[in-house]
Write a protein that binds this ligand. Structure first.
Ligand code: SAM
Length: 270
């Protein structure tokens, strides 16, 4: 079989930066339509790469910010013959970027990106901290990660990422993307998800740290009953008092129930 070249538009894809470049115009159009940029939106793209999404978005908006870690790609965008005047190129690690600085008084940020798959989960957890400043996020991810983001209790894919993402945001898959849409082609299917931060949390939680602690402990030992997996955080009596079956396993606990467990843990540790 012919070896797939990892060179695209004169740039050799760098594995350590998770570089898989989109080249399928039909898919690119679908993604840009799903994002629906308006000319005066406050937009930021994470990982613009060679500009597959940046160029069509630049046709629709007045200005926007792009965050790119690869020095060569950032330099290419700064000297892009057609769109450089519309871009503020930030050459930085998006994992360390303070997204609140992009908030423009009433105008929240719209974030999008074909994310490097090796850092997509920590990057989403980083962004959740800035939800109050974010209008929406559209991310290309491995299809399985999109399924986990959107999974409901009772599903095998329901886990820490599902609970924390859905605590902060509503999550909907919007475009399916085959490996052939990228150069080099990844081994797995991809999909674009829309994450819309909730203006009011759907479940009242006294402290997000308590929710994180409960959810992490429950899913670290997902085959155990929550009586066992949460035993260092809550007693069986405390779980029963919340009307939750201590024999349940983590994947059966709804987000509303996780919120109750988190509040009981928070109150007990005050
Ligand atoms: N948006 C382009 C596309 O769709 O063809 C490129 C997508 S490629 C999957 C991921 C991009 O993110 C690359 O350009 C890569 O250099 C960049 N990147 C990797 N790690 C990053 C980080 N920590 N912060 C910002 N950009 C990063």
């Amino acid at each position: 079989m012919q070896q797939m070249s990892n060179k695209h538009l004169g740039h050799t894809a760098r594995k350590r930066f998770g570089q898989n470049f989109l080249h399928d115009e039909y898919i690119i159009d679908k993604i840009v339509s799903a994002i629906g940029p308006k000319h005066d939106d406050n937009i930021v793209e994470i990982g613009p790469g060679l500009g597959a999404l940046t160029e069509p978005v630049a046709e629709l908006v007045d200005f926007f910010t792009v965050i790119e870690l690869d020095r060569d790609l950032a330099a290419r965008l700064r000297s892009h013959p057609f769109i450089r005047d519309k871009l503020t190129v930030v050459e930085q690690d998006a994992l360390k970027f303070d997204f609140s600085q992009l908030r423009q008084s009433q105008k929240k940020i719209r974030v999008f990106g074909n994310l490097p798959y090796n850092i997509s989960t920590p990057l989403m957890f980083h962004l959740f901290k800035y939800c109050e400043h974010i209008q929406d996020m559209h991310f290309m991810l491995q299809h399985e990660v999109v399924q986990r983001l959107c999974a409901k209790s009772g599903s095998k894919l329901y886990g820490r990422l599902s609970v924390m993402a859905q605590y902060y945001c509503s999550a909907v898959p919007v475009v399916m993307v085959p490996p052939s849409a990228f150069k080099p082609a990844p081994k797995v299917d991809s999909a674009v998800v829309r994450l819309s931060p909730r203006s009011l949390p759907q479940y009242a939680v006294s402290s997000v740290a308590s929710l994180q602690a409960i959810v992490t402990a429950a899913f670290n030992q997902r085959r155990k009953t929550i009586r066992n997996s949460l035993k260092n955080l809550l007693s069986e009596a405390q779980i029963v008092a919340l009307d939750i079956d201590p024999e349940s396993r983590a994947e059966q606990i709804t987000i509303a129930q996780f919120a109750k467990l988190a509040n009981a843990f928070h109150n007990a540790s005050q």
